[in-house]
Design a binder for this molecule. Sequence first.
Ligand code: FES
Length: 331
Amino acid sequence: MNAVADAFAATAALRLRVAAVREIAADVRLFELRAADGAALPPWTPGAHIRMQLEGGLARSYSLCNTPSQRDSYFIAVKRDAASRGGSAWLHAQVSEGASILATAPVNAFPLHDDERAPLLLAAGIGITPLYAMAAELAQRGRRHRLHYFARSLGHAAFFHELAALPSGVSLHLGLDAAETEAALTAALATAGAHTPLYLCGPAPFIDAARRCARQGGWRDGDVHFELFAAAAPAPSCEGEGQGTFELVLQRSGARCVVQPGQSIVAAAAQVGVHIATSCGEGFCGSCESAVLEGIPEHRDSVLSAAERAAGRSLMPCVSRCAGARLVLDL
Ligand code: FES
């Protein structure tokens, strides 16, 4: 069983029907998904994603971007990535109204925390999707928040008009380069004040810049919540990546096997009867984190900090591998 099949087998799979598709910004399509049998869908909270099974054994995670009170549909917004290896390109080119798709029930690795302080939401590009759901939920609960949205142009800013109509509105930053983005982030953080709960979503350079600015502004790590739009490192199945084999020892289970080129640790462990619980399967949610007892991890996730990576005490087995010949995990 490969990692994709494993993730779907381990989670209650939903058969969904594409009820509508529409273009909502440049290269961004909104897909409305309903249960194939017309039943109510499992509940979710803002920040949650579903993982969809796509063509050719691919699986991709997409944040839900409607409101949780809508129990009959899930909305996902998908940006067509020019470098797509089948995920967004396939959804844009092949999936239209009436199509059937298999997905996991929603999982939330990026929840809004219960906190009376008004949060600051910082989004870049298609990273707006979970933050749009959060902003709508906060507005519905009558809770103050501030949202800054960075996009290439107004035509690229999905949900801008809906966000502008919310009571807290949105500060839109268009067409900024890296230095201008950092200056705008610094100004937004300074206005909010240190220790404001921070929620970040966007591509890796944006998350890095926002976290750096927050650290410089005195933020504690516990007040900074983030989700990358995509994993920072390529998945092991990428061409040219993950080509080495290594021995995997699962200490507590007493199982061992060889992880093949292009195979994930999760998939290899499943073959010897050890199930590792996963959620995103792409190295960004942290749910599969496993302790390393021996061996040098080759980190490919976007969860661990630089210090945690250097320490080598844990790894995300859905994407990470071993830099040497043998890896022993506390599983
Ligand atoms: S399942 Fe999300 S990091 Fe591994």
